[in-house]
Design a protein around this ligand. Structure first.
Ligand SMILES: Cc1cc2nc3c(=O)[nH]c(=O)nc-3n(C[C@H](O)[C@H](O)[C@H](O)COP(=O)(O)OP(=O)(O)OC[C@H]3O[C@@H](n4cnc5c(N)ncnc54)[C@H](O)[C@@H]3O)c2cc1C
Length: 588
């Protein structure tokens, strides 16, 4: 079973849940129209479904073999990537000054979902390139921009982001790669990096590495990290490629999933040091990375939505086909209540995560394009609040939904032939990279909740309450207990938020213990309200699927958002049991 991009669902969520229609009317995107948005989504859906999706299994089986320092990408991938880049997809939200199309990040988010549903291993490469573009665009010198930005924006060259070393994963401040000042304002980079996505491949003529390293006189920790641009091949002033830099892929990892994505150990300095150029200021490299953090984390969240969507499509098809048991006479397993429960859970979690991710993309747009400083600040704060939720919730449910997908297939789910197993294997990495989900939860609780003394999260809670009130005001019987259940969920979120804000000063460890269940509680309330918003919009615009949108919002509220009360108790009462129980400690 392959993938068909759910273009009309995606368009509906984008327009009515993430607010793209309203933003278009308000002129946030200049003269962009809904027709253009629809056409872009339609074309992206076709390319994802028809060209990339068939290569997903090929990538899984072939992997990315490394021989004599060269990685051969799976058959058909170079052609698919080249066609994709030439069609302008890499630069969809990129600056028009450098060959991009300047379209909304929210629209790009929808496209990123489709590329990654088609193949997560294919989709992650451009995610890294888009991050590199942002770092260079925001912090690079004019000379570096002139040399590299157009090639990166158009996807003619790909980029990498290189933070991780064996002793420096979540703790980026522990990194040891060195940079020495050298002639002509350049730097000599030595050291090694591990787990580098698309560190080497044959999709493009050149690869531009963005490497974090430490100067000899740098202060310790995160304050002593600088960011360098290190091209695989040097670029002459006329734009032609010169000699090879001293940056090589030493080995590749053998992984649980995303086999089509090369994960490389990179070595710098076997031949005396790679030549790099500084991005931003010395010792301010982490700040440069932070400017692209919202986008990159959102993109990985979208990978979770993407894999959940693909697993759901596959499970729906299988459940219609497979006959077993006595449900509905001798009918398909889709008629068993427990299978229906699984399928509806898959669909509801996927759509809720999609709505949260697109809303984050729309907030990123407002942070850049808002009419005035106050609107841009509010957009930035909303994006900052939602980003860890978008990343962690969506990737958590990506794995959960893919696991349910295996379950719906029964024994066939465990057999590689169906493809359900690949989705499950592929999904797992997104919870780990771009900041583990544990780190996302800590970010939400310790950095995002206290923003403006809690005013940012309180404003968001007020919006959720408005949605609840609007559901109740409809008196629509098809909503069932949606209003009451969502109201309880938002109340739980409100109390847990207040408790955590109090604990951050009194007992930080108690707050950290509750961070992960709190993030899930946040997403349960936010996701439930987002689906309710879509249902209300469906009724308002007399959408053909309005009844099924109401039914799905009700399913989420009555079956998933009800977990909010338990999560609240875990957050506010679970900390002691975490701290009190002794765990074995290795001798120091
Ligand atoms: C396939 C793949 C591709 C990758 N691509 C890239 C890439 O392109 N570029 C790049 O730079 N890196 C990349 N990474 C690295 C990835 O970002 C790291 O693996 C990730 O950040 C986690 O670091 P770690 O593996 O060292 O785990 P650790 O940091 O050792 O974490 C182990 C566990 O401890 C928890 N933990 C750690 N610190 C804390 C803390 N302070 N508080 C609470 N819990 C904590 C974590 O949440 C996790 O559960 C990739 C990794 C993989 C597997």
């Amino acid at each position: 079973m392959t993938y068909r991009a759910p273009v009309s669902d995606i368009a509906f969520t984008l327009k009515h849940s993430a607010g793209l229609s309203g933003a278009l009317e308000d002129g946030l995107y200049g003269d962009l129209t809904e027709d253009v948005v629809d056409a872009v989504l339609e074309e992206a859906g076709k390319y994802a479904s028809d060209v990339i999706a068939p290569l997903n299994t090929v990538g899984d089986k072939h992997g990315t073999p490394l021989k004599d320092g060269v990685i051969t990408m799976p058959p058909g991938w170079k052609e698919a990537y080249t066609g994709w880049a030439q069609a302008g997809w890499n630069g969809l939200a990129g600056s028009t000054e450098w060959g991009g199309q300047g379209l909304p990040h929210a629209l790009n988010a929808a496209c990123i979902e489709m590329w990654n549903s088609a193949s997560m291993a294919f989709g992650i490469g451009p995610v890294l390139t888009m991050g590199a573009i942002e770092a260079l665009n925001n912090h690079g010198t004019d000379a570096l921009k002139q040399k590299y930005l157009e090639k990166l924006t158009t996807g003619a060259w790909m980029g990498t982001m290189q933070l991780t070393e064996p002793q420096a994963g979540s703790d980026v401040g522990a990194l040891r790669a060195r940079a020495e000042r050298a002639a002509g304002g350049t730097y000599r980079i030595t050291g090694s990096k591990i787990f580098i996505t698309y560190g080497e491949h044959d999709l493009t003529d050149n690869i531009i590495h963005f490497v974090l390293a430490r100067l000899p006189d740098a202060p310790p920790g995160t304050r002593g990290i600088s960011l360098f641009l290190v091209p695989k091949f040097f670029v002459n002033d006329d734009g032609s490629l010169g000699g090879r830099n001293d940056a090589r892929c030493h080995s590749i990892e053998h992984k649980l999933g995303i086999h089509g994505s090369p994960t490389c150990t990179m070595v710098y300095g076997d031949g005396g040091g790679a030549i790099g150029w500084l991005i931003g200021e010395e010792n301010r490299g982490l700040a440069c990375m932070f400017t692209m953090m919202n986008n990159a984390r959102l993109a990985v969240g979208l990978q979770g939505v993407a894999i959940a969507e693909r697993a759901t499509q596959q499970a729906m098809a299988y459940a219609n086909d497979r006959r077993q048991g006595r449900a509905d006479g001798n009918g398909a397993i889709i008629n068993h209540p427990d299978v229906r429960r699984m399928l509806l859970t898959m669909r509801a979690l996927t759509r809720a995560a999609r709505a949260i991710c697109y809303a984050t993309g729309a907030a990123i747009d407002r942070s850049h394009r808002g009419a005035d400083e106050a609107a841009r600040k509010a957009g930035n704060e909303r994006a900052s609040l939602l980003t860890p939720v978008a990343k962690a919730f969506s990737t958590d449910i990506g794995t959960e939904v893919a696991s349910l997908g295996v379950q719906v297939h029964g024994g066939m789910g465990f057999i590689e032939e169906t493809g359900a197993a690949q989705h499950y294997r592929d999904a797992r990495i997104a919870q780990i990279y771009e900041g583990t989900n544990g780190i996302q939860a800590i970010d939400l609780v310790t950095r995002k909740l206290p923003m403006n003394g809690g005013a940012v999260v309180r404003a968001y809670l007020d919006e959720l309450r408005k949605t609840v009130a609007a559901v109740r005001a409809t008196n629509h019987p098809a909503f069932g207990a949606t209003g009451a259940r969502l109201s309880d969920a938002v109340d739980s979120l409100n109390r847990a938020t207040a408790w955590l804000l109090g604990q951050l000063e009194k007992s930080p460890d108690a707050a950290l213990s509750g961070a992960t269940p709190y993030l899930r509680l946040f997403a349960s309330a936010a996701g439930g309200c987002a689906l309710a918003e879509e249902a209300l919009a469906g009724i308002r615009v007399d959408d053909a699927d309005a009844a099924s949108r109401v039914a799905l919002a009700r399913f989420f509220a009555e079956n998933i958002a009800v977990q909010a009360g338990g999560l609240e108790t875990t957050v506010t009462e679970g900390a002691d049991s975490i701290s009190d129980i002794a765990l074995p400690h290795a001798a120091a």
